[in-house]
Design a protein around this ligand. Structure first.
Ligand code: SF4
Length: 493
């Protein structure tokens, strides 16, 4: 890739310095393009003379399902500011081919900074077709395969308050790192203990990559909007909202407090003016607490009560799969070893038959019919590529986004972002933990289902050796001499 623009963000990250991006939420496509991007161009020009800001981040499909194309916006922003922006690209309602085409466009435009996310749920799902999500893990793999020059940022949400969802975030972060993520950006959050936990976990697991906190000047109006729209992954407890509502009674004071918290959240002690006042971490902690203290002297919580923390917070937790769930997993695993795994008695018998079976023949249709008959009562949706042996027999098709490589950032206390079920990866985590196999959750890249395979017989494809490959990330990542230590040592016992 030939970068067409200076890349202040890459320079800041590579120097190990402090990097700041400012996010532009792209307007809906119904607004005329030039009007929609005018504020972004203005911001890009203003940032030209501001060495403390390194890139304008261009959001993707945040406001609606039909926002303007972030790459078209990024191209104009780069021209206006002369610096490469950070382009967000969500897998939401996109095919793998569409994500690849977007990455190729970025390459052609010399735009090398990209944040690859799975994306939140579609706000108004179309009734006439299924909605797919490209997993960020696959998008990162794709970007790095297209060009190692991409500076790939990935997302992680540490603001999770149950063991399963919290560790799942961290295990998926390691997987994203193993496939090539160059830095991580958190979800918005106000719980500084969680941010510290994330830093400690990443360092303990050997991830020497930059971590960027996503910060927001929390005003009463913004808090209300986030809570009313249940924005995925953002936690604003009632008490914190009540505090900013009280501060909003005096608009000038409220705005000042929001900005003060923003600066502290971002650890902007390196910013002029705060440097002298907050020289140490202890002083910072004191200032942060003061910013959350009510007039009566009590402290406002920034997290739900009894939340899970890896540093041993209350209560002592140690979740694992129930006896029944684990027994089901063991039974299915036994069946897989007997019938489906390479070299098993079943594979030795069926593989030669499957290879000789003509596509569309009466016998092929009968085998498919038998597969459906035996698996559909268990919830099988005939996706055509059975990935159960790699997901602890929890079907990824039962995730509304179809994610197989770990959860999105939308869980709330283990409940799915869609609100109608437990996140399927919660059960996977509990099974993996009971099987002492947590490493698989960060080291096995499970393929997506190719669109053309849906509705076909997974057994025939499997025995013919036509399944898309499962990648086991063994050995060190480039530049990492040892690879991460075992995750069992870093999970809750
Ligand atoms: S099941 Fe989990 S990963 Fe899937 S959409 Fe729900 S919260 Fe996200």
């Amino acid at each position: 890739m030939t970068p067409h623009h200076a890349n202040a963000l890459r320079r800041a990250l590579e120097s190990g310095g402090f990097a700041v991006t400012v996010e532009f939420v792209v307007p809906e496509a119904r607004e005329p393009f030039e009007t929609a991007i005018a504020p972004a161009l203005e911001l890009a020009q203003a940032m030209k003379g501001e060495p403390r800001c390194h890139a304008l981040a261009i959001g993707d499909r945040i406001r609606s399902d039909h926002d303007h194309d972030p790459i078209a916006v990024a191209e104009r922003v780069a021209e206006a500011g002369g610096t490469a922006p950070l382009v967000h690209l969500a897998g939401k309602d996109r095919s793998a081919a569409a994500v690849r085409a977007s990455l190729e466009r970025l390459l052609a435009l010399g735009l090398e900074n990209v944040l690859l996310i799975t994306g939140d749920k579609v706000k108004a799902p179309p009734g006439d077709r299924p909605v797919g999500h490209v997993d960020a893990v696959h998008a990162i793999q794709e970007a790095k395969a297209l060009s190692p020059d991409f500076l790939v940022a990935a997302a992680v949400c540490p603001f999770k308050y149950r063991e399963e969802e919290c560790l799942n975030q961290y295990l998926k972060m390691v997987k994203k790192w193993r496939v090539g993520a160059d830095c991580f950006i958190t979800q918005i959050g106000f719980d500084m203990r969680k941010l510290k936990e994330l830093i400690a976990y990443a360092r303990a697991r050997g991830l020497e990559v930059p971590l960027l906190a996503n910060v927001l000047a929390l005003t009463a109006g913004r808090g209300r909007y986030i809570r009313e729209h249940a924005m995925p992954g953002i936690t604003i407890p009632d008490e914190l909202q009540a505090l900013v509502e009280a501060e909003a009674q005096d608009p000038a004071k409220g705005a000042a407090r929001a900005l003060e918290r923003l600066a502290l959240q971002a650890l902007l002690d390196r910013v002029e003016g705060l440097e002298a006042a907050i020289p140490t971490e202890a002083a910072w902690a004191e200032a942060w607490q003061a910013s959350l203290t009510r007039p009566d002297g009590t402290l406002v919580p920034t997290a739900p009560p009894d939340g899970f923390y890896l540093d041993g917070g209350p209560p002592a937790q140690g979740v694992r799969a129930s006896v029944g769930a684990y027994a089901k997993y063991l039974a299915l695993d036994g069946l897989d070893r007997l019938l489906f795994q390479e070299g098993s008695p079943g594979a030795r018998l069926f593989a030669p038959l499957a290879r000789r079976l003509p596509d569309g023949s009466r016998l092929a249709r009968a085998v498919h019919g038998f597969e459906r008959l035996s698996k559909e009562p268990l919830g099988c949706q005939s996706c055509g590529v059975c990935r159960l042996p790699h997901t602890f027999y929890v079907c990824p098709e039962t995730c509304p986004k179809g994610l197989a490589n770990g959860p999105c950032g939308g869980t709330r206390e283990n409940t799915c972002e869609f609100g109608d079920r437990e996140c399927i990866h919660t059960l996977t985590y509990r099974l993996a933990k009971r099987a002492h196999a947590l490493k698989a959750l960060e080291a096995v890249v499970i393929p997506a289902v190719p669109a053309e395979r849906r509705g076909t017989c997974s057994w025939i494809h499997h025995f013919r050796g036509q399944d898309p490959p499962v990648v086991r990330l063994v050995g060190p990542r480039r530049g990492d001499p040892t690879g991460p230590p075992d995750p069992e040592a870093s999970s809750a016992s």
